[in-house]
Design a protein around this ligand. Sequence first.
Ligand SMILES: O=c1ccn([C@@H]2O[C@H](COP(=O)(O)O)[C@@H](O)[C@H]2O)c(=O)[nH]1
Length: 238
Amino acid sequence: MKDRLIFALDVDSYDEARQWVRILADEVGMFKVGKQLFTRCGPQIVDMIRQAGGGVFLDLKYHDIPNTVAKAGIEAARMGVQMFNVHALGGGKMMRTMVDEVREAAVKEGFPVPITLAVTILTSSSEEDLRQVGIDLPVTQMVPRLATLARESGLHGVVASAQELPLIRQACGGDFVVVTPGVRPATAARDDQQRVMTPGEAIAAGSDYLVVGRPISKADDPVLAARSIVAEMTEAGA
Ligand SMILES: O=c1ccn([C@@H]2O[C@H](COP(=O)(O)O)[C@@H](O)[C@H]2O)c(=O)[nH]1
């Protein structure tokens, strides 16, 4: 079950990231590199994790014109990451162009195509946040709609809250990859997350991968925190 736990490496230095990789390499299945660490360190952070034997989820949530996102996707794939993502709100044309160009470059240059994911609605967003930017549909309609668009555009899966898993499965089927951040053990602080579920609930709902950051990194004993999340996942999946 630990292979399905992704640790969010939300730190601001190469050395701190390397320390976390050493501490958690045997406890989690993958390391997520997001905007903070990648902006600070660049591709060398991906190399460091891969050399340590870890898989990388590059969480840069590309959202731009189709050509720019496609070219960024090719660079992500060239780095050898296991997964990367775009924002589904960038639209079908953006996602389809990215998928086609990454596949073409992979064939031409001989690198593997990573798992491509679309972020649906951020787990930190409430319906009030969405209304503020002109999205009047409820999350329960927006998420399956964006997931369907991602699937039709050729992506392998989505990032969403585990709360929306039944809706995504209904719309996109069991083979579609669903990665769920916004995971909080029952006793952990919610922080800025809005649509949360416990690790056990997320697995029971059918999540393929759980992303967890602060409940591990801010714990008194991060290894113990990671192990108890994996134990809860295992119990829920049994
Ligand atoms: O909808 C989303 C998409 C991405 N994230 C990222 O996941 C982690 C969660 O960290 P926690 O400390 O466990 O809250 C973080 O890197 C986000 O950028 C997300 O939370 N929600």
